[in-house]
Design a protein around this ligand. Structure first.
Ligand code: ZN
Length: 83
């Protein structure tokens, strides 16, 4: 396992879509939420992702259209660059 104890922001970014889809294993979900509780930046990020995915209207039932996918990728990149 790569995880030592707590999630770091970069790991949270990688898990956020699974978290929003409720597809994280319980242990990882607990780590995710533990990190969220102490990291305002990730709370903001999660909220942005939630709103973005909500705006799209679906999560993974259908492939993302290219515009949406690019917007999500840009979000990821901007966010990671700011860490
Ligand atoms: Zn964080």
């Amino acid at each position: 396992m790569i995880h030592s104890n707590d999630l770091i922001c970069k790991e949270l970014v990688e898990l956020v879509t699974e978290y929003l889809e409720n597809s994280l294993p319980l242990g990882e979900k607990a780590q995710f939420e533990a990190h969220l509780a102490v990291c305002p930046g990730c709370q903001t990020y999660l909220e942005q992702m939630r709103q973005t995915l909500h705006a799209v209207g679906h999560l993974t039932e259908e492939p993302l259209d290219p515009t949406t996918r690019d917007a999500l990728l840009a979000l990821f990149r901007n966010w990671q660059n700011s860490v």
